[in-house]
Design a protein around this ligand. Structure first.
Ligand code: EPZ
Length: 421
């Protein structure tokens, strides 16, 4: 089992380049099922989840060409229509995003059997919204032995769908399915994360007819066929926000580049309210030593609100404020798993249901800690960077799911960090 060992106290100086977005790349990969022509994805991050999605797609008959992933962050996916429409449990359980093959398979093959993804550390994560909406497009669903079996013998037909709650994955699944449904589909109450807009851009470059309107509405005219494309994955806004916080708390001078400022506008205004010294230049953010960290009351929200995927990370920053802050987690029901580990490092955070109170603390001290989910584990890395002494983070496979070359990027800016077997 690999571990990461960090000795804190080094200010980060230099430049960190942001990789492509994991949460954009995953649905883009699933979209390859919608055509029998090749989809080439540039700026694809070399992450464990990308390889897992590649294995899921491979098991469904997609040729996953990753020869250029390490050297050029490029992959190519070509769906050779096959009899296989079964996404096995042992693959799906590794990564919930595997459920994103459901809509494309139903649209293309008119059937799909996908293992129920099951819950994970941050919550039960049901897929009722995916199923209900795909049913309205003509899918017939059955649940058998932990697998979702669905079919649409006469193909999918457009419908008017009002989503009961905002869901990133459900929005992605339904939009992908609707591109090949007969007639018009109107979907209301969609999620509008940049990753979804990136998927829509890619689908339109494949020949899909999609019109995004205001107030979370999208109109899709189904087409008979989609063609191949080459698409560049947008930068990872969560990775960018994570390194901006790293620059702020280590009191260095860090340049975070290759990012999309529009995607992190709200995040940056929250950081500025807290007192982070940020300069924005084109596709770069420069973070300098912040004289004073202010406390704030923060709610995680769907985009364009403050992202839940940044909740664990910002707790480390708020621990340095002189007064208590509150963070309310409104998206997931169990996303404070990082709190006990941060408290073991010296944080002073109380939780009460979905509300956390981050009290001032006297800094962090190194410890043996355990990663639990992707974003929780990176908050432990952030605390380790400013802790006195050495921190060992176990179960770093969580980190490898979402942060490309994390230790290289941090070490290149002066962090004392290494990975050990
Ligand atoms: C996506 O997950 C992201 N994953 C998550 O990032 C992110 O935290 C989340 O969106 C919210 O922004 C990917 O894009 C691969 P949801 P997703 O459907 O699609 C409930 C990371 O760290 N819900 O928007 O699963 C659900 O339980 C990961 O990169 C239902 O009740 O999120 C949750 O409480 C973690 N029924 C809320 O909606 C459903 O059918 C939002 O979930 C679907 C969702």
């Amino acid at each position: 089992m690999q571990k990461i060992v960090i000795v804190g106290g080094e200010p980060l100086q230099g430049t960190i380049s942001i990789s492509g977005s994991k949460n954009a790349a995953l649905p883009l990969m699933a979209a390859s099922i919608l055509t029998d022509e090749s989809i080439a994805l540039k700026n694809t991050p070399n992450l464990a989840d990308i390889h897992t999605m590649g294995s899921v797609l491979d098991s469904l008959g997609v040729n996953f060409d990753k020869a250029d992933l390490v050297s050029k962050n490029e992959i190519k996916l070509t769906y050779a229509d096959s009899s296989k429409a079964l996404a096995e449990y042992d693959l799906v359980r590794k990564m919930r995003a595997s459920i994103l093959v459901l809509g494309p398979l139903l649209a293309r093959k008119r059937e799909a059997t996908v293992s129920l993804p099951g819950g994970c550390a941050i919550g039960a994560r049901p897929i009722n919204i995916h199923v209900d909406a795909l049913t309205q497009l003509g899918g017939e669903f059955n649940l058998e032995k932990g697998y979702i079996k669905c079919e649409a013998k006469s193909g999918l037909r457009g419908a008017k769908i009002n989503l009961p709650m905002i869901s990133v994955g459900a929005t992605e699944n339904i939009i992908m399915a609707a591109t090949l449904a007969k007639g018009e589909t109107e979907i209301n109450n969609i999620a509008t994360e940049p990753e979804i807009m990136d998927l829509i851009d890619c689908l339109k470059s494949m020949g899909a007819i999609i019109e995004v309107q205001d107030n979370r509405r999208v109109l899709i005219q189904g087409v008979d066929k989609l063609h191949g494309t080459t698409h560049t994955v947008i930068p990872d806004r969560i990775e960018a926000g994570t390194y901006i916080i790293a620059g702020a708390i280590t009191k260095g001078e860090l340049e975070v580049t290759n990012l999309n400022l529009e995607h992190i506008d709200n995040m940056i205004s929250v950081f500025k309210n807290i007192g982070v010294n940020i300069l924005k230049e084109n596709n770069t953010v420069r973070v300098k030593e912040s004289s004073l960290i202010n406390n704030i009351d923060l709610d995680t929200k769907e985009f364009p609100g403050f992202p839940t995927d940044m909740q664990a990370q910002i707790m480390v920053l708020l621990s340095l404020a002189g007064k208590p802050s509150t963070v309310r987690e409104n998206i997931f029901e169990n996303r404070f798993m990082h709190v006990p580990e941060l408290n073991r490092m010296g944080a002073n955070i109380d939780t009460d249901g979905s509300k956390a109170t981050i009290n001032p603390c006297n800094g962090f001290s190194g410890a043996q800690v355990m990663a639990t989910d992707l974003r929780a584990s990176v908050s432990l890395v952030l605390a380790s960077l400013i802790a006195t002494g050495e921190t060992t983070i176990n179960r770093v496979y969580h980190l490898d799911r979402g942060y490309e070359r994390l230790e290289d990027k941090l070490a290149s800016c002066g962090a004392n960090i290494q990975r050990i077997q």
